[in-house]
Design a protein around this ligand. Structure first.
Ligand code: PHE
Length: 422
């Protein structure tokens, strides 16, 4: 938790037309609130929407959901999914809180319990998710995820169904130009859950991997990005850990000379299904980030471009088509440094600094770097120096304009964190 004392907050904040009370952990800035209604994943022609449709087309018989509210309780975002109480994601430096009882979801897994509770056995869910983060070309505090899940009845018929599906998927995969580096479906370090039949759990883990290998072929292979015509498509599975799955896996895809981590997945923790009131079922889930994949598929060099309203960006894309982004001229950068002393005993998290910058300057900031920090040996006060790179995606910024923005950043820092500018 930040120990800095924020300036007085409004008593309520308005989100999607409703007022919510604030409290002493409220940290959601107006720049983030303004992103909530945009829902880029449903905007026709937008690359994120095309990628969502492409993923949905790999699961034609699944329910496709995309309109759940991003406002959730911390209980739903974390506790229901077995996150430990001391998990760093819960802290106000990592997540956006409207107040202590309401936050912006940090991942689509938040909706697993309610979706299973509704009775959906196989579903995909696409949504905007929010994490406080640094500012650079590949990090943005709002991004989009697709969650997918499938559950089977945990009896002999259910096992037969999974095993038959595995045989079918394996046969189809054998015809494809794909090379898969695998890890065991279960292992000592990636165990079957207590209470799961090991044979069934292993068949489910296998089904998860097969199903996702097919999804990856759909997105990166023929019909998608087109890998696999000459060189094989390379995929590698890695053991992972998530509080709400076991065994758990991450997947990387080799694309344009680099391994790209694209998703997290695993066999759903039985506690999740128990909480959802779903009995006698076992299944898998995965969660995948859209921006990172869309950036490589469409050659989009900066994550902020997804938010651009510039016609030179938007008019380049057609719904359902993967095309290569043609950069239009980049406008010049303007660097400004700010150095300041923090009051004794006050610490300022880098994410707090970035939020102030983002709040004042919005998307005019390309990145922020901390270039120096030290503690004064006598006064014990901490000095920080940040370098802000201002650059608009849409126009040339004048030096006066940037100076004005920089002045506002500085006054906000003084107001909110009582810093003394050096
Ligand atoms: N929610 C996880 C994340 O955001 C991804 C995940 C989803 C992992 C489902 C396992 C199962 O990183």
């Amino acid at each position: 938790m930040s120990s800095a004392s924020p300036s007085p907050l409004p008593r309520t904040v308005e989100i999607l037309g409703r007022q919510y009370p604030t409290d002493d952990i409220t940290n959601i800035p107006p720049s983030i609130i303004s992103k909530i209604p945009l829902r880029l994943h449903t905007k026709p022609h937008h690359p994120l929407s095309t990628l969502r449709s492409l993923i949905e087309s790999a699961y034609p018989d699944f329910a496709h959901l995309s309109s759940l509210s991003p406002l959730v309780t911390p209980f739903k975002n974390f506790d229901e999914l077995s996150f430990p109480l001391d998990h760093p994601g819960r802290s106000v430096t990592d997540s956006y809180y409207i107040n202590k009882d309401l936050m912006l979801r940090t991942h689509t897994s938040t909706h697993e319990v309610e979706t299973f509770r509704k009775g959906d056995m196989k579903w995909l869910l696409t949504a905007d998710v929010y994490r406080r983060d640094e500012i650079d070309g590949s990090h943005y505090p709002v991004f989009h995820q697709v969650e997918g899940a499938k559950i089977f009845t945990a009896d002999a018929n259910g096992l037969k169904e999974v095993e038959e599906d595995n045989v079918r998927l394996e046969r189809l995969l054998a015809k494809e130009n794909i090379v898969i580096e695998d890890v065991p479906n279960v292992s000592k370090t990636n165990p079957v859950q207590e209470g799961h039949d090991p044979v069934f759990a292993e068949a489910v883990a296998r089904n998860l991997k097969l199903s996702l290998n097919h999804l990856i072929l759909r997105v990166f292979g023929r019909g998608g990005a087109g890998v696999g015509k000459e060189e094989p498509l390379r995929v590698r599975w890695i053991e992972a850990y998530f509080p709400f799955t076991s065994p758990s896996f991450e997947v990387e895809v080799f694309f344009q000379g680099k391994w790209l981590e694209i998703l997290g997945s695993g066999v759903v923790r039985q506690a999740t299904l128990d909480t959802a009131g779903v009995q006698n079922k076992i299944g898998w889930a995965f969660g995948l980030g859209l921006e990172r994949i869309a950036m490589v598929l469409f050659s989009i060099p900066d994550i902020r471009l997804f938010w651009s309203t510039d016609e030179r960006f938007l008019s380049q894309f057609e719904q359902g088509k993967i095309t290569t982004f043609k950069p239009y001229s980049k406008y010049p950068s303007c660097f400004k440094d700010v150095s300041f002393w923090l009051p004794r005993g006050v610490s300022l998290h880098d994410n707090d600094f970035c939020d102030v910058v983002r709040d004042v300057a919005g998307d005019l900031v390309e990145d922020v770097k901390k270039i120096d920090h030290f503690v004064h040996p006598k006064t014990n006060r901490m000095s920080n120096c940040f370098r802000i790179n201002y650059r608009s995606m849409d126009r040339s910024l004048s030096n006066e304009e940037v100076n004005d923005i920089q002045d506002s950043v500085v006054s906000r820092l003084k107001e909110q964190f009582a810093v003394e500018v050096r």
